[in-house]
Ligand binder design. Structure first.
Ligand SMILES: NC(=O)c1ccc[n+]([C@@H]2O[C@H](COP(=O)([O-])OP(=O)(O)OC[C@H]3O[C@@H](n4cnc5c(N)ncnc54)[C@H](OP(=O)(O)O)[C@@H]3O)[C@@H](O)[C@H]2O)c1
Length: 269
């Protein structure tokens, strides 16, 4: 048995595994010989990925078609996986809203809170209990570099990721003596479907886009170094540190607001 398997066990659960960072987690873990439960709404996409991972890495892969914003979704996930000895949990599925907060439908903002906050919180609670009972395991919570300051025109999204960062950092402490490692991963701009949906010229932003595979490797570095949180990418690390330590809170919010206002399609401002 390899060292990773010994630490966490043979199974991992990943939500939002049909694309982007979740799919990269699936590939990286399959490469480590870990069997997977993959969750998303697009079942056909998940099944294709599952077949490929089974084929290439010889691991077992179960797919679950689930809209996590539906009532009872996390309970359903707990029920489906109750006889699988899951050792690593990655509540990765997320959504973004953008543009002037008051122009966006309230319904979308509420859905975001459910998917980005309620669902990962419930998963951390339910699976955190299971892992603690088991005496070993890990939870990788997906935050963002947007968590490190207020971000006008992405206000609700950034706030949801701040919640995840602080919850993960607290759970890192609480669960450490139960043998469970918790880490918040904060990606910056990453080459996935998500930024592609935003009407914005990213070349006007002082950001370097990262590949999801590189982002995922950072999470495992965070786990192995027992960090409570980790930012992916050198430039992103510098920006996050600058936001928190070198500028006033209102100053950094104005800076992000100004940049987003310039780069976003004006009809959304
Ligand atoms: N890309 C970035 O620049 C960036 C930066 C910082 C943080 N992040 C975070 O990274 C995480 C992954 O995002 P990504 O960039 O990889 O974006 P993505 O490619 O759009 O992936 C999002 C995943 O979430 C799933 N999902 C969305 N809504 C869902 C729902 N209601 N129920 C179940 N699954 C749902 C999607 O699958 P289906 O559509 O098949 O359901 C997809 O697999 C998110 O938490 C995001 O906030 C991304």
């Amino acid at each position: 048995m390899n060292e990773f398997k010994e630490k966490y066990g043979s199974w991992a659960l990943i939500t939002g595994a049909s694309s982007g960072i979740g799919a990269a987690f699936a590939k990286e873990l399959a490469g480590k010989g870990i069997s997977l439960v993959l969750v998303a709404r697009r079942k056909a996409v998940l099944d294709l990925k599952a077949a490929e991972l089974q084929d290439v890495y010889g691991v077992e892969v179960k797919t679950v078609e689930l809209d996590l914003t539906e009532d009872g979704a996390v309970e359903k996930l707990a029920e489906i996986s109750k006889d699988i000895d899951i050792g690593l949990v990655i509540p990765n599925a997320g959504m973004i809203t953008y543009g002037s907060f008051v122009k966006t439908p309230l319904e979308d903002q509420q859905k975001l809170l459910k998917l980005n906050i309620m669902v990962p919180m419930q998963m951390a609670h339910i699976f955190g209990q299971r892992l603690a009972k088991r005496g070993k395991g890990g939870i990788i919570m997906i935050s963002s570099t947007f968590a490190y300051q207020a971000v006008p025109y992405f206000g609700n999204y950034a706030a949801s990721k701040s919640y995840i960062l602080y919850l993960a950092e607290a759970l890192h402490y609480e669960l450490a003596d139960k043998g469970v490692k918790v880490v918040a991963l904060s990606p910056g701009l990453t080459d996935t479907e998500m930024p592609g949906k935003i009407p914005m010229d990213f070349s006007k932003m002082p950001m370097k886009i990262m590949k999801p595979e590189a982002v995922v490797k950072t999470a495992f570095k965070g786990l192995s170094h027992d960090k409570s949180s980790i930012v992916a990418g050198g430039m992103n690390k510098m920006m996050a540190a600058m936001s928190q330590r070198m500028m006033t809170r209102s100053g950094v919010a104005s800076m992000f607001g100004g940049m987003n206002k310039k780069a976003m399609d004006s009809e959304y401002i």
